[in-house]
Design a protein around this ligand. Structure first.
Ligand code: HEC
Ligand code: HEC
Length: 440
């Protein structure tokens, strides 16, 4: 213990500063002292295949992984508008399939015709941008690709398509990539199990002001569960959408080019036969799957992130997480149902999500509606792998777990009472909670 000895000549304000510091050292309950231990080192705890796959499934995983890693250029269908040129550029940390790396790969696309928008920084997260409104004031909500093939050495000659204007910060809504580890298990949870989980927690949720509802924005009315607003149904659909939206590569699920609205751009900037990616039927017996199916297979067979080492602090933090109500949205354990893939069948998974939407208040609201999700509704973010995440929350606004937790609290948020509980914890319990979160 350090005892502060004050020299009579120190000014009053410096005296009180020294007293604050000494009270931090002496008083374990001091409220301001807990901190995010930061991303866990020691190698990636994710990126491998799930155990128990057949040899054919392992082959599919490896084939899909190679395609997920492939860098696309214009002759492969990239563009005319795109956010990046490779699935693994945005989904790369701490291993292929993860999320944004520490240095942003999108800066490589700056050239004479592509300026870097202000929200794309060399040491900031990968981001995509949605526009909140159309120029006429009606809701937009769609992704606007950041870059164009114009100005690239492989751009089609005669193409003069212009980059969109991203300078109106008030009309922008940003998102960072979500990791794709363990997604086959999430796909394999039957709707009834998700609904049952909500039914089982209805009493405690009501006591803390937590509601929650499922997004059913897909085509068949079943629960959609992928993406920040649980807006997408399946890994195949997400793959097809990402291929076209992020990279401008048309495919069997999304066969029409985006952002090419004039006949001139269609002719000069999009000279390739549609769709860019399709099955290769070959001759009898040699048919090959399209990229979209293989991206989905890779993600379906990716293992969930493995938690780090436990400790007394981690065990206590895990109890605190449940006791103060975090687990009422970030559900600790769910089951998968019977599945065609034995490795995904009847498994217990610790994704730390109920896959439901919650109103998160004015601070997190992004003013984008998707399916039934409104402007302030988000899917409880799955927390597995959190220990090695560099950027947090849907727009990557912070890297600090404490800030991510405090951001849950604002006018209209269903998490307000839980965050009050968090704020009332003593220093030890807060620190144990943070240590637990970085063990995931
Ligand atoms: C420019 C960066 C970028 C590229 C390239 C990219 N993604 Fe993503 N990915 C994102 C962002 C951003 C999200 C979150 C989107 C949302 O929820 O609105 C995301 C989310 C996902 C998800 C949802 C996971 C979940 O559970 O929330 C899947 C699956 C996915 N991407 C697959 C792919 C595949 C497959 C490719 C390659 C075809 C790809 N992505 C290429 C940025 C990217
Ligand atoms: C009412 C439901 C709810 C409660 C209660 C809740 N969360 Fe969340 N949590 C969410 C949602 C929804 C998000 C995604 C918000 C966003 O990105 O805008 C989230 C995001 C997070 C993130 C960031 C994850 C990421 O992928 O960036 C962390 C960390 C987190 N929560 C921890 C906690 C902790 C710790 C508690 C308890 C103190 C808690 N949450 C309580 C719903 C909840």
């Amino acid at each position: 213990m350090i005892i502060a000895v004050l020299h009579p000549s120190v000014t009053r304000s410096r005296k009180s500063l020294v007293l604050v510091i000494s009270s931090m050292l002496v008083n374990p309950g001091f409220a301001g002292a807990q901190s995010d231990p930061g991303p866990r080192g020691g190698g990636a705890a994710a990126g491998g295949q799930i155990g128990g796959l057949t040899s054919a499934q392992v082959q599919a995983f490896l084939d899909g992984q190679a395609r997920f890693n492939e860098v696309e250029n214009v002759s492969n269908g990239l563009g005319p508008r795109f956010n990046s040129n490779q699935c693994a550029s945005c989904h790369s940390f701490p291993a292929e399939g993860g999320t944004s790396p520490a240095s942003n790969p999108q800066t490589q696309f700056a050239n004479s015709r592509n300026a870097l928008p202000s929200f794309i920084q060399p040491n900031g997260p990968v981001r995509e941008a949605r526009f909140i409104h159309n120029p006429d004031g009606s809701p937009d909500g769609g992704v606007h690709a950041l870059f164009v093939v114009t100005g690239r050495s492989d751009g089609p000659s005669g193409c003069n398509i212009n980059q969109e204007d991203f300078s109106n910060a008030g009309n922008l809504s940003l998102r960072i990539p979500t990791p794709v580890f363990g997604l086959g298990l999430i796909e394999a949870i039957p709707d009834a199990y998700l609904i049952n989980n909500m039914t089982n927690t209805s009493g405690p949720r009501a006591n803390l002001g937590i509601a929650g509802r499922f997004n059913r924005g897909g085509n068949d009315g079943t629960i959609t569960r992928f993406g920040w607003k649980a807006q997408n149904k399946s890994l195949d659909i997400f793959s097809g959408e990402a291929y076209n939206v992020e990279m401008g590569i048309t495919n069997l699920l999304f066969p029409n080019e985006r952002g090419v609205d004039s006949m001139n751009d269609q002719t000069n900037c999009n000279p390739f036969a549609a769709p860019n990616d399709t099955d290769n039927l070959g001759s009898a017996g040699t048919a090959e799957f399209d990229d979209v199916s293989m991206f989905a297979a890779f993600m379906r067979f990716l293992a969930p992130p493995a938690p780090g080492p436990s400790s007394n602090s981690v065990v206590n933090g895990s109890n605190v997480f449940t006791n103060i109500g975090c687990a009422l949205c970030h559900t600790v354990a769910l089951q998968t149902g019977p599945n065609q893939v034995a490795a995904l069948s009847n498994q217990t998974i610790n994704a730390y999500s109920d896959f439901a939407l919650h109103h998160m208040g004015s601070n997190l609201a992004d003013q984008i509606s998707q399916g039934v999700a409104q402007g302030d509704e988000f899917r409880s973010a799955p927390l597995w792998g959190l220990g090695q995440r560099l950027f947090l929350l849907h727009d990557g606004r912070t890297s600090d777990l404490v800030q991510a937790i405090l951001a849950h609290s604002s006018s209209g948020s269903e998490a307000n009472q839980v965050i009050d509980n968090y704020n009332s914890l003593n220093h030890h319990d807060k620190q144990d909670l943070l240590n637990f979160l970085r063990s995931l």
